[in-house]
Design a protein around this ligand. Structure first.
Ligand code: FPP
Ligand code: MG
Length: 319
């Protein structure tokens, strides 16, 4: 991971200090680095090759960072990881192009692995990220798709990159097809659990720990698992009350009114069993990820325990 950090600091152009400043700003704010850790650990489960595995881990973190820079522009988000977003500091044009720069740097790193299967996985993931994000835009304030569309979004915008993080490590480590299937199941389940917990934290986390405003999903018209479970139990709230007002009066309501509706909706969800039930779903996904790792029959290896520990971290985290 130290080498991954070092390589992340080398991204940029020698003769362009402003770009360098933007890159340092976005790459130096401490993220969890969960995805590159998964790539390296999945490599260590099989045949670890520092040359290709480290390039791939850097690529995975760069793609993730690119997608966040773009996502903050899409969401008009003020804060990420406790600091102002690129879009808030420099506007959407800079966010778009910096995201593209990071994405292109990521693609170069993937190509450095010289592995067409991994390059294909990466390309597919990029397509799925954009697809998931487009679905989210389409479904903002249109909640008719319910849970089915929620899972479709999560699979594409989050689980796809966790899966690629894990599977690329396994493919580059010359794992067997059966092992790659198990690692795919691990990545999918882990990534889905990650997003469920992210969505819970958006509803009831501590803003200073989470590093971004609470209630952003509802404010943007996005219903996530806890909200969907709550509304499923209270169908009358689809027509009246704070959720319906946020949707139906969004063009006309004042900002204080909107904030009050968000606040009321958050309280309704927090006072119900929807959060607990959402954690139960995240825990079931975590179990599935553990079972998937259990299918890998290799001699005892500390990487296996670390991949297990990442599952616990993902479910228990507060940020
Ligand atoms: C954060 O999730 C966002 C994503 C997981 C993916 C966003 C993907 C894109 C914008 C497409 C990327 C395209 C390129 C070319 C890089 P979230 O919005 O649920 O979480 P948040 O609350 O942290 O914003
Ligand atoms: Mg977002």
């Amino acid at each position: 991971m130290a080498e991954v950090e070092r390589r992340l600091r080398t991204i940029g152009e020698d003769d362009f200090p402003w770009l360098d400043e933007l890159l340092r700003y976005i790459l130096a704010t401490p993220g969890k680095r969960a995805r590159p850790a998964v790539t390296l650990l999945a490599g260590h489960l099989f045949d670890f090759d520092p040359d290709v595995h480290i390039s791939m881990a850097v690529a995975v973190e760069l793609l993730h960072t690119a997608s966040l820079v773009h996502d903050d522009s899409v969401d008009k988000a003020p804060l990420r990881r406790g600091v102002a977003t690129i879009t808030a500091r420099h506007g959407d044009a800079v966010a778009l192009l910096l995201g593209d720069y990071l994405f292109a740097s990521s693609a170069e790193m993937v190509c450095a692995t010289n592995n067409v299967r991994v390059i294909t996985l990466f390309s597919r993931t990029l397509r799925l990220l954009a697809d998931g994000e487009l679905r989210e835009i389409q479904q903002a304030f249109d909640w008719t798709g319910g849970l089915e569309e929620y899972w479709a979004r999560v699979e594409r915008k989050t689980a796809s990159l966790f899966t690629t993080a894990a599977v690329s490590g396994a493919v580059l480590g010359a794992a067997t097809e059966t092992e790659i299937d198990a690692v795919t199941e691990y990545g999918m389940s882990l990534g889905t659990a990650f997003q469920v917990v992210d969505d819970i934290l958006d509803l009831q986390g501590d803003a200073s720990e989470v590093g971004k405003p609470i209630g952003s999903d509802l404010r943007g018209g996005i219903l996530t698992l806890p909200a969907l479970l709550y509304l499923g139990d209270h169908p009358e709230l689809n027509e009246k009350g704070p959720f319906a007002r946020l949707r139906d009066e969004r063009e006309t309501m004042t900002e204080p009114d909107r904030e009050q509706c968000v606040d009321e909706a958050l309280h309704l969800i927090r006072d119900s069993d929807a959060v607990e039930n959402s954690y139960a779903v995240a825990n079931r996904l975590a179990d599935r990820a553990r079972q998937a790792l259990g299918k890998i029959n290799r001699p005892a290896n500390p990487a296996l325990q670390s991949l297990m520990d990442i599952i616990d971290f993902v479910v228990q985290r507060h940020s």
